[in-house]
Structures are given as structure tokens and as C-alpha cells.
Design a protein around this ligand. Structure first.
Ligand code: FUB
Length: 360
């Protein structure tokens, strides 16, 4: 009995050492795959776009608001957005300063989370989730004539919007779609009836055999500021056509969706949240269904993982974040690395660490 107990303690200690990246780095000389792009402030959830031949990054601006960590994500208590640009990957990153502040958004109560941006007909649009004065996440829209802002927020959130993590995709035919939603702190599990259930579950639906909660998709209207038609489920199915289940934490959608088009196919990429992978599913139209295709990025240091994918000068890049600079869950830093599509349509797996000597 005593022996088994000691063995258990030893195994726990060894696995803690091996799976704690900070400790593993010291022992095995494991290195981060990429350096942090932005060091003057903490940034996360990078949505990258190419506008006027430059890369613009629209991230969350992480701050230490002194709020204790919990499953609601209350410790992510961000108050404004900064926008960054760079002329080339590896080039100087310019911080364009505060582009939008919470105090200038009439409907917002707290927590400016992961934003995204889009361009149409000479105008730039910033989409952002925040809790309204009743503590319910909705999605707002702000406009500017300049990709770096400043942005002016519309006085009300987008009608019919809810939850978090908007990602806007403009298709080749000019039609724009917003993908959004996030479970647990993002509250998506509380919208299963179409209305907000204040006493709904704090995390998943607690029914592992039920279909997983879906990422949402809505078409945007011509002026990009409201939904055009109803919000739909962006269904993720397996190769046999069955919807992924709620208990399938390694594969089901959690938050942080993104859409990119490659060789005529629609790639819905997202975070699996509590299992910390980036996963993807492929569809033949922007609404789905999307067939689950696998993981493409291993967990980063830190609880959250959130990304965007962009094509620049004929190469594809993924912008992501980890917690290298602070070691704290809610003080993150943005990074970038190249992303490769394989000839069979799959995305090559990205390991976020390299072993000294160059092995990924
Ligand atoms: O930054 C706050 C939240 O953490 C985002 O909205 C999620 O995607 C996660 O990264």
C-alpha cells in the first residue's frame, strides 16, 4: 500500500516536470517555436489581415486587472484595443496606439475580448465581443476610414448577436459572414433555446452524448454592420456524417473560430478549449456543414489558444499567442509562424516548441 502510494507520488512529480513547459525547457532545452512579436504590452487573440499591402494585427489587449482566475474567464478584464502593423514578416511591428476604448462604447459593461476586422467599400470594420451592462456577451461593430483606427463604435451591439470571438470572412463574391461563439466563459451554452438562460450551465451542457454546441455563422448585410438573416449553426460532422458529440473534448468546437478559403474549400479552424488544440474542419460552402479534419496546432503555453490564418506574399501564416513573456494565463503575447497546406488538403501539424538542435 505504502509502496503504491509512493509510486503514485513519484509518477505525478515526473509527469508534472515533463508536461510543465517552463520546467521542461530548462531540463530538455525545449525552446519556443517563435519569439513574441509584441513586447511593449500584453496581446492575445490576434486577428491578422492584409490591407494595402501591409499586415495589420487586431488583438486583445491583456491587462492585469487583479481579478482572480475562474471558469468564467473573469480574469480577462480588458478595456481597450491597440492595432499593430508590419510591412513584412520579421519586420518592425508598429503599435498604432489605442484604437477603441471601452469608455467610448455606450453599451459595454466590461471585458473587451477577441476582436476581428474587415474591409469593404472603402471602410474598415472592427468587430468586438464585450459584456453588456447586464453581464451578457454581445458583439459590437465600430468603423474607421483607416485600418489602424481610431474606430468609432456604433451605439448598440449587432442585433441578434451573442457570445464571443467574432471572425469575419469576406468571400470572393463579396458576401461577408461572421463566425462567432465560445462555450464556458463565452456563454454560448446558455443560448441553446435561442434566448439567454441566465441560470444555464457554466461550462458545457453536461450531456456528453448530445451533439456538441456549434459555432455560429451569420451573413452580414451590405453595410457590414448588422446580420442579414438568421444566425445558423456551423455544424462540424465526422467523415460518416454524424455531428461531433459534446463529450468529444479533443475535437469539438470550444471558441476562437476562423475561416479561410484554400483551393475552393472553406476551412473552419477553431480552439478545442479545455484540451488546448487548434482543430479544423472543411466544407464546400461558407455555412457548412464542415467535415472534421484533425488538429493542426499542438497546445501552447497557457490555458487559451486562439489564432488567425492569413495569406501574405504567397505564403500562409498563422498568428497565435502563448504566455512566454509573463507565465500568466491572462497576460499573453502574440506570435506568428508559417502554415503549410499539404497536397492532400490537410494542414501540416505545428508544434509550438522545438527541441534544441532544431527538432520540432
Ligand atoms: O481573450 C479572452 C478570450 O480568451 C477569448 O475571447 C478567447 O478566444 C480566449 O482566447
Amino acid at each position: 500500500m505504502k509502496k503504491t502510494f509512493l509510486k503514485m507520488i513519484m509518477l505525478t512529480a515526473v509527469s508534472t516536470l515533463l508536461f510543465n513547459p517552463l520546467i521542461a525547457q530548462k531540463i530538455n532545452k525545449v525552446k519556443y517555436l517563435n519569439p513574441s512579436l509584441i513586447k511593449n504590452i500584453y496581446t492575445a487573440d490576434p486577428s491578422a489581415h492584409v490591407f494595402n499591402g501591409k499586415i495589420y494585427i487586431y488583438p486583445s489587449h491583456d491587462i492585469d486587472a487583479g481579478v482572480p482566475e475562474n471558469d468564467n474567464g473573469d480574469h480577462f478584464a480588458m478595456r481597450d484595443y491597440h492595432i499593430f502593423s508590419l510591412d513584412r514578416i520579421g519586420g518592425k511591428v508598429t503599435d498604432h496606439g489605442v484604437a477603441l476604448d471601452m469608455k467610448n462604447i455606450p453599451w459595454v459593461g466590461k471585458q473587451l475580448w477577441a476582436p476581428d476586422a474587415a474591409y469593404k467599400n472603402g471602410k474598415y470594420y472592427l468587430y468586438f465581443p464585450a459584456k453588456n451592462k447586464d453581464g451578457i456577451f454581445q458583439i459590437g461593430c465600430a468603423t474607421s476610414n483607416n485600418p489602424a483606427g481610431p474606430f468609432k463604435a456604433n451605439p448598440h451591439p449587432i442585433t441578434g448577436s451573442y457570445s464571443i470571438d467574432p471572425a469575419v470572412f469576406v468571400d470572393d463574391d463579396g458576401k461577408a459572414y461572421m463566425y462567432f461563439g465560445g462555450i464556458w466563459g463565452g456563454q454560448l451554452q446558455r443560448w441553446q433555446t435561442g434566448k439567454y438562460e441566465p441560470n444555464g450551465s457554466k461550462t458545457d451542457l453536461h450531456n456528453d452524448k448530445a451533439p456538441a454546441i456549434s459555432c455560429r455563422v451569420a451573413k452580414l448585410n451590405k453595410n457590414m454592420t448588422e446580420f442579414d438573416g438568421k444566425v445558423q449553426n456551423a455544424l462540424i460532422i465526422d467523415s460518416a456524417g454524424h455531428q461531433l458529440l459534446g463529450g468529444d473534448h479533443d475535437r469539438r468546437f470550444f471558441e476562437g473560430s476562423w475561416m479561410h478559403k484554400y483551393m475552393g474549400k472553406y476551412y473552419l479552424t477553431y480552439s478545442t478549449g479545455d484540451t488546448h488544440f487548434l482543430a479544423y474542419a472543411i466544407g464546400s460552402n461558407p455555412i457548412g456543414p464542415f467535415v472534421y479534419a484533425g488538429h493542426f496546432m499542438q497546445p501552447v503555453q497557457g490555458w487559451t489558444t486562439h489564432h488567425s490564418i492569413v495569406k501574405f506574399n504567397n505564403k500562409w501564416y498563422i498568428f497565435y499567442h502563448d504566455t512566454e513573456l509573463s507565465g500568466k494565463t491572462n497576460l499573453r503575447n502574440v506570435k506568428v509562424t508559417e502554415l503549410h497546406h499539404l497536397s492532400n488538403g490537410k494542414i501540416e501539424m505545428i508544434n509550438t516548441y522545438v527541441i534544441a538542435g532544431g527538432k520540432k
